[in-house]
Ligand binder design. Structure first.
Ligand code: ZN
Ligand code: ZN
Length: 414
């Protein structure tokens, strides 16, 4: 590797210290644009908000899109790292919140900048690199807004979309899952209508709290009774709001449901079941009108292309530095799949180990590995802390290896 790892580690620690919320990644985008420009990339900023695209074209060859997301999360960092974040920001609802790179998107940005440097230095390839630095993955609007701003029309339809997500697996391990790899997600709001009244006279009211409580329990049967044991669905009722005090029967209850799935037909069946159960509970309670069931937000599953997975896994193996495993589908979600879906091209999105291998040193079986894994803080935890430098080195090598497996090999210029 010819890149300056000390400089890259310093850049990573700086990004970690200065995280920004989704759609507010102005400082990060500025650093990315400056760095890419210095490396000789053709840089466009402000794509879909704060998105940045860097293009490096050399002769005839395929176009390869590499994607990194840039946003942090409203989490108060508790890692105790020397470069921990103390940043705050104003959230969309106007509240002041702490911000942390708790999902490791600073690793993604740093690794892609490192790969940009390495690929710019290597002279023996031909083709076109399209590096996408995407805003707001966590809010689910980033890929969508870059596409709506003409990502494919302005920078061309690539032959493949590649990317990685850092995970609490040991450094040196890469997780590549062909087929569904990250779940689709839907956020669904149910508004149940009752009839308000005095807590002492329930016979003259229709109680939406009881209706809602009954619905929460009934919804548990979507996964256990309506979906095949071989299909993946997770349903969580994350909020349930009703009422103002104990002696008043309120007139409505509002529930927010997070649904995860990997198959669009199964997803449709689960959404239909939620709607059916909400209506049936309302009818059973004698509600004055039908509930509103609204899908607030949807992201499709990330479905990795089998051929692309085999190709990048072979490229990873060729580097001689990685153990490549198939971890199976995870129930977390990602909007990277929208890029390859919109382009109609294969995509491969893999997991990058970012945990200290020393933690796993004593583990001699899968069970022991699992026990260690359970103790390692995971993404979104205030304690989540990938080991910087080794993770960056691995992440750059993985991106470069995967990209080079698609780019044309050419004779190095003298
Ligand atoms: Zn996340
Ligand atoms: Zn993430």
């Amino acid at each position: 590797m010819t890149i300056d790892l000390d400089a890259l580690t310093a850049l990573y620690e700086d990004l970690h210290r200065h995280p920004e919320l989704g759609r507010q990644e102005h400082r990060t985008a500025g650093i990315v644009a400056e760095r890419l420009t210095a490396l000789g990339y053709d840089v466009t900023t402000g794509v879909g908000g704060t998105g940045v695209v860097g293009v490096l074209a050399r002769g005839e060859g395929p176009s390869v899109m590499l994607r990194a997301d840039m946003d942090g999360l409203p989490v108060r960092e508790e890692t105790g790292l020397a470069y921990a974040s103390t940043a705050t920001a104003t959230a969309a609802d106007g509240t002041e919140v702490p911000v942390m790179h708790a999902c490791g998107h600073d690793v993604h940005v740093s690794c892609l900048l490192g790969a940009a440097e390495q690929l710019a230095a290597e002279q023996d390839w031909a083709g076109r690199l399209v590096l996408v630095f995407q805003p707001d993955e966590e809010g689910g609007t980033g890929a969508r807004s870059m596409l709506a701003d003409g990502l494919l029309e302005r920078f061309g339809t690539p032959a493949v979309v590649l990317g990685q997500h850092v995970a609490p697996l040991p450094v040196g391990l890469l997780g590549v899952t062909p087929g569904p790899a990250f779940a689709a997600t839907d956020m669904i709001r149910v508004v149940l209508h009752g009839k308000g009244g005095h807590g002492s006279r329930p016979e003259s009211a229709v109680d939406p709290v009881v209706m809602g409580a009954s619905l929460v329990l009934r919804l548990q049967t979507v996964v256990s009774r309506e979906v095949s044991g071989s299909d993946t669905v997770v349903l969580t009722v994350g909020t349930f709001h009703a009422g103002t005090r104990g002696n008043i029967i309120p007139d409505q209850a509002v529930l927010e449901i997070s649904l995860r799935s990997t198959d669009p037909d199964v997803r449709d069946r689960a959404v239909a079941a939620i709607e059916r159960m909400a209506k049936a509970e309302a009818a059973a309670a004698g509600a004055p009108r039908e509930p509103e069931v609204e899908v607030l937000f949807s992201l499709p599953a990330v479905v990795n292309d089998e051929g692309a997975c085999a190709q990048v896994a072979a490229a990873f193996a060729e580097t001689g530095r990685f153990l490549v495993v198939d971890p199976g589908a995870v129930t977390g979600s990602e909007d990277v799949g929208m890029l390859s879906d919109a382009a109609g091209v294969p995509g491969a999105y893999w997991l990058l180990g970012g945990a200290d291998p020393a933690l796993f040193a004593g583990a001699t079986s899968i069970e022991e590995m699992r026990t260690v894994l359970d103790g390692v803080p995971a993404n979104h935890s205030p304690h989540y802390a990938p080991v910087g430098r080794p993770t960056l080195e691995a992440g750059v090598a993985a991106l470069v290896g995967a990209a080079r497996s698609y780019l044309e090999r050419s004779v190095a210029l003298p």
